[in-house]
Design a protein around this ligand. Sequence first.
Ligand SMILES: C[S@@+](CC[C@H](N)C(=O)[O-])C[C@H]1O[C@@H](n2cnc3c(N)ncnc32)[C@H](O)[C@@H]1O
Ligand code: SF4
Length: 397
Amino acid sequence: MPLTLPPLSLYIHLPWCVAKCPYCDFNSHALSGDLPEQAYVEALMADLELDLPRVWGRTVHSVFFGGGTPSLFSARAIGQVIDGASARLKLAPNAEITMEANPGTVEHDRFEAYRAAGVNRISLGVQTFDDDQLRTLGRIHDGTQAGRAIGALIDAGFDNFNLDLMWALPGQTVEQALTDVEKALAFDPPHVSHYQLTLEPNTVFAARPPTLPDEETVWAMQDACGERLSAVGYENYEISAWAKPNHASRHNLNYWRFGDYLGIGAGASGKITLPAEDAVLRTRRKKIPHSWMAATGDNSFIAEQVHVAKEELAFEYMLNRTRLSEPIPVAGFAALTGLSIDALEPGLGRAIESGLLERREPVGGATPTDADEAGYLIRTERGAQYLNDLQALFLPG
Ligand SMILES: C[S@@+](CC[C@H](N)C(=O)[O-])C[C@H]1O[C@@H](n2cnc3c(N)ncnc32)[C@H](O)[C@@H]1O
Ligand code: SF4
């Protein structure tokens, strides 16, 4: 089955933070000394050049500055990257351009400058409005600063923004988790990412685990917060993502729909479909910021570049797609993996038997589309609840 090109996005990793949070396993590093801003921007451009021949003529629909703390970079530097990327790539005129920001590193004028530089969506790492919890989480901001940063980005004219909240925090009660949701809702955010705190290997929290809420409290929190967000019109379109209608993150949706993305900057991953080679390429950059920067001098910054094995493609497709609440088109699976739906067996049969997925037959009608013809897989409520079990059914081998 021939591979089809999905939409293309661009991810840009900016790896520094003021301090490393004890729960965080992202490729982020506490900044010591001056930010090597200009050198990093130049390295990003050298990095991007290498991938260009693989995506000639394709349009980039979204750009995401992630971190680390991208808001440590000046608006001038962010603008240089956006301009540099649009000089080298075909950027859609209405492309979604998101930048992650930390409430401890932004003030009013900066948001205006980011907007002028071309950023049109902000993702703000609030986590919680509770000062005690913020201290436990090692954050550099307090609840008042979080509120002020949200006010500032709204004042600066950002009508598209996301607030990151974490829940199931050490010692947190259901009421406290709900209070955070309520405080976030007071700002009428178009999008809320509501992440359950997880203890990640190789973090301070993994080495010295705090006491987390018990399982029963976790379920109750999830229900209570979910009910509240649904009641005021947010759709839980992805396991941790809630959006008002038409405000889902286009960039993240493209990941979860198994789209393509260029990943540039220290430690960034990319995925590029190459129909002529009947392959999907995975790329990963060197992780340590200064090693990656130095390596852009002689194009030795790639840590890994592999054609994804067919059985892994099937797994990766399901790993991403099952995060979404929308139906999974059988035709889409074939188009983006080059495989027939049979490649999902025996996992698919087991998922249906155990009520984690359902098969929806073609809708039919006068002019059924190809997608309709092949039908859909629907993640059930149980499938959402036991997502890890569902995904594990598609593990290769
Ligand atoms: C790269 S950070 C966002 C921007 C910025 N660095 C910040 O933290 O404000 C992405 C988000 O992932 C979430 N996150 C990070 N580590 C997590 C963990 N161990 N469990 C749950 N969520 C986590 C946080 O909500 C964080 O805002
Ligand atoms: S500020 Fe964000 S990226 Fe940086 S260490 Fe904390 S959670 Fe991780």
